[in-house]
Design a protein around this ligand. Structure first.
Ligand code: NAD
Ligand code: WQD
Length: 348
């Protein structure tokens, strides 16, 4: 298939491009480089020894997207492009609603105009809000606690309505749990700008800071702050379903290869089905990488829930997909990617 990947130079998009190319699909990427860099294109091509067609454009620009469709006969779109920082979305809701909703509306409008009927959309476990029980199934009630999450929920509703109104239009909504890890080549991974909000990037920074000699140390990364140890979980710290980004990427490949068997709108959880606590992740990271991650317990982060993990059986039964990497692989690959990054760039 000829697949248009929006946000294809980002963290999950870049790993997905590799899997698509390895699966012999043609890849066209559109990314405005808001949260990525152009060298990721070269890295994808280096890993796969294949070329991608790249457009540096904003997905919210309908004319630019229309031009891409005129220049290429696109069979399917995987729509990753979005802003994704929960805390930032609370401060800048307009920016989040504008980018995350307009981009989808534009993509769908242009797809319908050009008779392209296959869309995969990046959603998130955040749409389950406080789940009624665990593990989480796709038909659980949906709710959100922040504008970012609401953009995902509203996108899901928009896509449901578009599928209802256009009988040939098919949409696969993938709800990701907590993606971490990196490509085994160490050429692709996640290295957020500034102080990370998410747990794994913060663990990585604390571990590498701890390896530095005293003068080079950064106070911001002297210790991991563990947000609460009084949750209703085995060790009191928050439990999440961490999934290796390469497994997640492979889920997209399975999705586009199943359009023939599907109709209308389809929802799938992409997770491992296993929950690990903050301290499980810290301890595993220390053990497999032989490093120290000093931490302190601080108060809860507002909006966090006790535990969240997937029932991913629907993706297995219908798409033939299941996660293969375990938590040790995720910790090892994150670490190796960061060490290579530090070697190449001098620091994180
Ligand atoms: P990312 O920020 O690394 O990648 C997103 C890419 O989209 C970036 O390269 C950015 O430059 C680009 N982009 C953003 N707005 C754009 C626009 N208007 N036009 C063109 N390009 C644009 O994020 P990611 O972690 O790879 O996430 C990909 C998708 O998965 C997002 O939709 C995100 O909401 C969703 N998601 C991510 C997570 C996670 O924890 N990383 C979890 C659940 C869902
Ligand atoms: C995991 C656990 C924290 C940082 C977020 C988004 C979600 C999705 C994935 C996009 C929690 C604890 C964290 C730290 C800590 N993204 N923690 N110290 O909150 O499950 O999900 O990313 O769709 O929408 O909300 O992930 O990595 O931030 O937190 O103790 O410095 O680690 O309390 O229990 P989260 P996270």
């Amino acid at each position: 298939m000829k697949v248009l990947v929006t946000g294809g130079l980002g963290y999950i998009g870049s790993h997905t491009c590799v899997e698509l190319l390895n699966g012999d699909h043609d890849v066209i990427v559109v990314d405005n480089l808001y949260n990525s860099t152009i060298d990721v294109k070269d890295r994808i091509e280096k890993i796969t020894s294949k070329n991608i067609t790249f457009y540096q454009e904003d997905v919210c620009n309908a004319k630019a997207i229309d031009k891409i469709f005129r220049e290429n006969k696109i069979d399917a779109v995987i729509h990753f492009a979005a802003y994704k920082a929960v805390g930032e979305s609370v401060k800048l809701p307009i920016m989040y609603y504008e980018n995350n909703l307009l981009s989808t509306l534009n993509i769908c409008k242009v797809m319908l105009k050009h008779g392209c009927n296959n869309l995969v959309f990046s959603s998130s476990a955040t749409v389950y809000g406080l789940p009624k029980s665990l593990p989480i199934k796709e038909d659980f009630p949906l709710s959100t606690t922040n504008p970012y999450g609401t953009t995902k929920l509203v996108n899901e509703q928009i896509l449901t309505d578009i599928c209802k109104a256009n009988e040939n239009f098919k949409c696969i909504i993938l709800r990701y749990f907590n993606p971490i890890g990196a490509h085994k080549s160490c050429l692709l991974g996640e290295n957020p700008k500034g102080i990370p909000n998410n747990l794994m990037p913060y663990i990585m920074r604390v571990a590498s800071n701890n390896l530095k000699n005293t003068n080079a140390k950064n106070e911001a990364y002297s210790k991991l702050k563990v947000f609460g140890n009084d949750y209703n979980t085995p060790d009191g710290t928050g439990v999440r379903d961490y999934i290796h980004v390469v497994d997640l990427a492979k889920g997209h490949l399975k999705a586009i290869e199943h359009f023939d068997k599907l109709k209308g709108i389809n929802f799938y959880n992409l997770g491992t089905g296993k929950g690990y606590s903050v301290l499980d992740l810290v301890n595993t990271y220390e053990k497999v990488n032989n490093v120290n991650v000093p931490y302190e317990i601080v108060k809860r982060r507002p909006g966090d829930i006790d535990a969240c993990y997937a029932d991913a059986s629907k993706a297995y039964n219908e798409l033939g997909w299941k996660a293969e990497y375990d938590i040790e692989d995720m910790c090892r690959d994150s670490y190796l990617y960061q060490q290579k990054y530090i070697k190449d760039h001098g620091d994180v």
